[in-house]
Ligand binder design. Structure first.
Ligand SMILES: [Ca+2]
Length: 82
């Protein structure tokens, strides 16, 4: 799944600056018609944002390939990478 995490990160980092913001991630998901729970996404984003700067580096994001995130985001990743 870490390979998937890398691919997902690249897709969610739409402007390619090496960081994902909430707005950026949501814009990508909305553009692709992928359904997600906004409150849960925001809570998980904040939990992954270790240095609390409001954006996720890949180092922070890659924990999404570990539980509890792994199971939660597997279906979303499938749609994103499908
Ligand atoms: Ca961060």
């Amino acid at each position: 799944m870490s390979e998937n995490a890398q691919k997902a990160f690249a897709k969610l980092d739409e402007n390619g600056d090496g960081f994902i913001t909430k707005d950026e991630a949501e814009a990508v998901l909305l553009a692709r018609g992928i359904k997600y729970d906004r409150a849960s996404l925001h809570a998980d984003f904040d939990a992954l944002d270790a240095n609390k700067n409001g954006k996720l580096s890949f180092d922070e994001f890659k924990k999404i390939s570990e539980e509890p995130y792994k199971s939660r985001y597997a279906p979303l990743f499938q749609q994103l990478l499908g």
